[in-house]
Design a protein around this ligand. Structure first.
Ligand code: GAP
Length: 513
């Protein structure tokens, strides 16, 4: 655990040192759970967004993208259920005065039971070697059975209590499990209360005429209210999707894990409109498609798992998270939700406008069902950053810190390095930049010895270094060094564009998934 905490601390300090993430308004000591993206962070974030957008919108003829506003008519949030039901159950510790999400305390307890079961499995695996039959062991070992069934019971009870809004039982569960304040060990808890997560704001200049608005807590509603606009103007036929990326705001109670849980964050969401009755087929389709998208980035398939929801949101008839193995354990990265016709129907009722589709094949008019894919851009950023940061010991015994970002996402694709700052090498390096910059984000770096410059680019995540030396002036060739393998190759300057393209080509990455 200590090792995991160290790893997370390293990620946070590396993110700052290399211009990825800064605390918001840091000179005023920051603003809790709000962050700014620096010069490299903004590029990485843009590249993740683009990778998502291209794979959802550009690769699907039946998905289009929109950009709806953050401020929406206040009735939107009444219709969507956010005014009445977008609550987190919170609990305070009377001794430490710290506030927690009651459901997260219980979920963390359940996660520990899973870890205990896994420990038993790993021990047995080591003991029995090749002869080990995991399935048989899991179904027969008393301890593993006990841990897993206890975990299941706890999560099912939590799910039931939350669905029934039985907060007394949530507190009873915390007390029965003897869950203590993770920071202080105190078990002196208040009752569990609901807390609405939406940020309110005002529109208009005068106090009398201004109206109360909310900053959107999800981008999805901007898609639902535009359903008919897009369907009609785009002549979309079901099944079809509407995608969008953009900021969302939530007044999170517990926001401690860096950019994992922020108060201002960005979502990448897609609502897929389908025939009623076909939603579960599409739900399975999107679960599989989204997992493949994640796998395409090569962050390690073992770092992902599905978590099917026991507690369904008020609008869903099926829901699963894609969880990622963050430095603090497996946590939700993306949600796939079968939202039924809840949202469109609710907006019909509250607006008085029809939000329907005439299906020529069925000769029928209906409110479509919706399958949603919803991923936090900042969470994806953290998944990419934390799994890419490595400390390596090299063959000669020296060590290096390297950020093995997927090349397609890396902020800078290649650094152009003149071996020395004279003899015409900087000028040739600049000529190379002037040629490459039209297609790739490249960077000039002439400071320090070449070895130090390689290490700096490794740590910043740049996949390729291109070194210009005295021979380059004669034979128009340069040395290309690959970040991950550190292999160096002599190539012609005229080949550079295709060498970089081979590393960052969208089809190469997504096409194989
Ligand atoms: N439209 C459905 C929806 O908003 P959600 O599970 O509440 O569902 C979707 O959020 C995704 O948004 C999550 O899987 C997570 O990646 C991201 N997300 C949610 N709250 C967040 C927060 N406070 N900070 C960063 N990302 C967040």
């Amino acid at each position: 655990m200590a090792k995991q905490e160290d790893l997370f601390k390293n990620v946070i300090s590396h993110a700052k040192e290399y211009g990825y993430i800064f605390a918001s308004s840091e000179i005023y000591d920051g603003l809790s759970a709000v962050y700014d993206y620096g010069q490299n962070g903004a590029e990485l974030k843009k590249n993740i967004r683009e990778y998502w957008w291209k794979s959802m919108v550009q690769l699907h003829q039946n998905i289009v993208g929109i950009d709806a506003s953050i401020l929406m008519h206040p009735k939107t949030w009444k219709a969507s259920g956010h005014v009445d039901a977008f609550n987190d159950p919170l609990i305070d510790n009377k001794d430490s005065k710290k506030r927690y999400r009651a459901d997260v305390l219980v979920e963390d307890y359940a996660e520990k039971l899973l870890q205990k079961a896994q420990k038993e499995i790993d021990k047995a695996k080591k003991r029995f070697g090749d002869a080990f039959n995991e399935e048989e062991f899991v179904s027969t070992n008393d301890r593993v059975i006990r841990y897993l069934s206890q975990r299941k019971e706890i999560l099912e009870r939590l799910g039931r209590s939350l669905t029934n809004e039985d907060l007394v039982d949530v507190k009873a569960l915390i007390e029965e499990l003897e869950i203590a304040d993770p920071d202080t060990g105190s078990k002196n808890w208040t009752d569990v209360r609901q807390f609405n997560l939406m940020f309110g704001t005002k529109m208009g200049a005068s106090a009398d005429t201004s109206s109360d608005l909310y900053l959107r807590p999800e981008t999805a509603q901007g898609i639902f209210v535009n359903f008919s606009n897009v369907q009609k103007t785009g002549r979309m036929k079901i099944p079809f999707g509407i995608a969008q990326t953009g900021k969302a705001f939530r007044n999170e109670i517990v926001a401690r894990q860096f950019i994992f849980r922020m108060r201002e964050f960005e979502q990448m969401e897609m609502q897929f409109f389908v025939r009623p009755g076909e939603e579960l087929k599409w739900y399975e389709h999107w679960k599989e498609t989204r997992l493949k998208w994640h796998y395409s980035l090569n962050l390690g398939e073992e770092n992902y798992r599905f978590h099917d929801h026991d507690k369904l949101a008020h609008y869903a008839n099926a829901a699963a998270d894609i969880e990622f193995n963050f430095p603090f354990g497996f946590k939700e990265l993306e949600g796939i939700h079968s939202r039924t016709d809840f949202d469109l129907k609710a907006h019909e009722e509250h607006s008085g406008k029809k939000l329907r589709f005439f299906d020529p094949e069925l000769n029928e008019n209906y409110v479509p069902y919706v399958v949603e894919t919803s991923i936090g851009l900042d969470r994806m950023f953290l998944a990419v950053l934390s799994s890419s940061l490595k400390d390596e010991t090299l063959e000669d015994g020296s060590s290096r810190t390297v950020l093995k970002l997927p090349a397609i996402l890396a902020p800078t694709k290649a650094a152009i390095l003149p071996l020395v700052k004279k003899d015409g090498l900087p000028e040739l390096a600049q000529e190379i930049i002037d040629e490459l910059k039209w297609n790739f984000k490249v960077q000039y770096d002439e400071k320090d010895a070449i070895g130090r410059r390689y290490r700096r680019q490794d740590a910043a995540g740049t996949p390729l270094c291109i070194t210009v030396d005295h021979d380059s002036l004669q034979d128009k060739s340069v040395t290309v060094r690959y970040r991950d393998t550190m292999i160096q190759k002599r190539v012609l300057i005229s080949e550079l564009a295709s060498i970089i393209d081979a590393e960052v080509n969208f089809k190469k990455w997504m096409g194989n998934s």
